[in-house]
Design a protein around this ligand. Structure first.
Ligand SMILES: C[C@](O)(CO)[C@H](O)COP(=O)(O)OP(=O)(O)OC[C@H]1O[C@@H](n2ccc(N)nc2=O)[C@H](O)[C@@H]1O
Ligand SMILES: Nc1ncnc2c1ncn2[C@@H]1O[C@H](COP(=O)(O)OP(=O)(O)OP(=O)(O)O)[C@@H](O)[C@H]1O
Length: 293
């Protein structure tokens, strides 16, 4: 029996898998394998999927509930757990229960965040002792957005988003609109019209207001709903695209102004009123569990 099995309360905990926003995204080049080189700023928001891990004595990884259109074996939580077992030789298994709140194909990184939470939580619950750096290296094999969720702090990202430097950005009240469409990330990155030669900038340039997202033109050309959502937001504040969309967001100086924009938009759009956070809620949970175990 592993150490953590003697602490059933840790197993009973739900683990958060937060969404991220790309506060800007520049495409500066392309690797030989086709992946794009980026400069981006990641920040988390307090909108989360919630994942519960149930110990299984046999060598088996499974789900309680599959997601629409995603076979069990393809689910990123299952793939993350299998990867950890292959890496460490851990012999037992787990059943994973995902409470899905983050829209899929929304540019909020939900699948990647679910994978990262699985890596971090099972590393802890199975007592594997892998470092955060090693978990990030495993994570990037599952998706370019996984490392930042393992990293757990708002970050300046380069490479494909796996070279990360922690930064502090204002923790603004934010309105996110989810247009009624799913954007396929691979489809946007393979569009012929995508610009891939943006000049590199420095963190101070971002801080001074350079917020461009190089995917914007392609995404709004292909998805009219994204363009309309940006138009709706721009009546209140600067509207921005996160990742390759579909979600768009605007940051506000106060809860009051964010709430009033949210109330005006919520009649027509599916929206979320959220707060930007520089520390991932995942690490708040991990800290609390370590404290009591
Ligand atoms: C757009 C972002 O969300 C910004 O944070 C990420 O770059 C995308 O991360 P992700 O969804 O985890 O992406 P992956 O699952 O790794 O890749 C999906 C597909 O997008 C393309 N892709 C992705 C990331 C990247 N830097 N260059 C790419 O060309 C690849 O064709 C890949 O097959
Ligand atoms: N646990 C999971 N949650 C969501 N999607 C998953 C999961 N496992 C596999 N997937 C697959 O990953 C795809 C991308 O989902 P995700 O929610 O991460 O999109 P996204 O927010 O646009 O990601 P990104 O911003 O990283 O491009 C889904 O369409 C689905 O096929």
């Amino acid at each position: 029996m592993t150490e953590m099995r003697n602490n059933p309360s840790a197993w009973a905990e739900k683990w958060p898998a937060p969404a991220k926003l790309n506060l800007m995204l520049r495409i500066t080049g392309r690797r030989d394998d086709g992946y794009h080189l980026l400069q981006t700023v990641f920040q988390f928001i307090d909108l989360c999927d919630w994942i519960t891990f149930h110990p299984v004595d046999e060598d088996r990884v499974g789900l309680y509930n599959t997601l629409p259109g995603v076979a069990e074996a393809d689910d990123l939580t299952v793939r993350a757990a299998q990867l950890l077992k292959a890496e460490t030789g851990y012999a037992r298994g787990v059943r994973i229960e995902v409470e899905k709140n983050l829209p899929m194909g929304g540019g909020l990184g939900g699948g990647s965040s679910d994978a990262a939470t699985t890596l971090v939580a099972l590393n802890h619950l199975w007592g594997l002792g892998l470092t955060t750096e090693r978990l990030m290296q495993l994570g990037v094999r599952l998706g370019a957005d996984v490392p930042v969720f393992v990293f757990g702090q708002a970050a300046w990202g380069e490479g494909v988003g796996e070279q990360l430097q922690a930064i502090n950005v204002p923790e603004c009240w934010t309105v996110v609109i989810r247009p009624d469409c799913h954007v396929n990330t691979g489809e946007i990155f393979s569009d012929k019209g995508l610009t891939r030669d943006s000049k590199s900038i420095r963190i101070v340039d971002f801080t001074a207001g350079q917020h461009q997202n190089d995917c914007l033109e392609v995404v709004t050309r292909r998805y009219g709903a994204v363009k309309d959502a940006l138009g709706a937001l721009s009546e209140f504040a600067e509207g921005r695209l996160t990742g390759t969309g579909a979600c768009v967001f605007a940051q506000f100086d106060s809860e009051r102004s964010a709430r009033s924009a949210y109330q005006a938009l919520a009649g027509k759009w599916q929206c979320y009123l959220v707060r930007g956070v520089n520390q991932s809620p995942l690490y708040a949970r991990l800290g609390a569990i370590k404290h009591t175990s």
